[in-house]
Design a binder for this molecule. Sequence first.
Ligand code: COA
Length: 221
Amino acid sequence: MEKMPYQPVVDEIVSIVPLPAQAPAATDWRTGLPTLTGSLVTLRELRHTDAASLLASLSTEEVTRFISPPPTTVEGFERFIAWTHRQRAAGQYVCFAIVPRGSDEAVGLFQVRALEPGFGTAEWGFAMASEYWGTGAFADGATLTVDFAIEVAGVHRLEARAALRNGRGNGALRKIGAVQEGVLRRSFLCNGEYLDQALWTILDEDWREAKAVWGPNVIVH
Ligand SMILES: CC(C)(COP(=O)(O)OP(=O)(O)OC[C@H]1O[C@@H](n2cnc3c(N)ncnc32)[C@H](O)[C@@H]1OP(=O)(O)O)[C@@H](O)C(=O)NCCC(=O)NCCS
């Protein structure tokens, strides 16, 4: 969510499209996202009813410190959720809810957006309620998200940007095997100040090589 493309002001003029009533075909994520099951979290499509738990999870000061401000009301999150469905149906973006195993409550998001038609290059972002930080939930969900992006959506190069001051964000990307390619100087307007961001990437070939060595559930290079 740290500079992902959702713009609440623009979205207010667009009508809300309901989710398809039927479960999606497993092969076409554009009609509905598959549910991805890890050892600690499940990733699934956002639901209209996730708005309140997402507001509670993502509106705290520690979560929002280095990301673009998320919606500030339940209604704002409802509009955001409807927007994610439209973007997914258009084949431009996917957003997974992070749901701890044994719960049905969305406590965070993994987002992936295409940087070019066809999803060859893409950017991802993530945020999660601070009570789940340091629990392994991030790495579990990140594995599922990156694997989905590369093996299902066809991403060949997955980028992430993290403000240099965001120690946890950069540490999280490093630990799952992303490569820091450089620093985008003064590239992110955050609380009235332009911050430097690290550019992190994962390539499909590196991902598959790591999987061949470590197995499908381990992503550390
Ligand atoms: C980003 C986020 C999802 C990561 O989840 P998390 O549970 O905090 O991540 P993890 O604890 O698995 O990994 C963070 C790593 O960074 C390390 N870290 C923490 N503070 C750090 C710092 N100041 N400098 C360097 N590394 C740091 C941690 O030790 C950990 O590595 P370890 O597991 O090897 O010890 C979560 O912190 C979050 O939601 N942050 C707010 C939203 C946000 O900033 N999103 C954008 C990220 S680009």
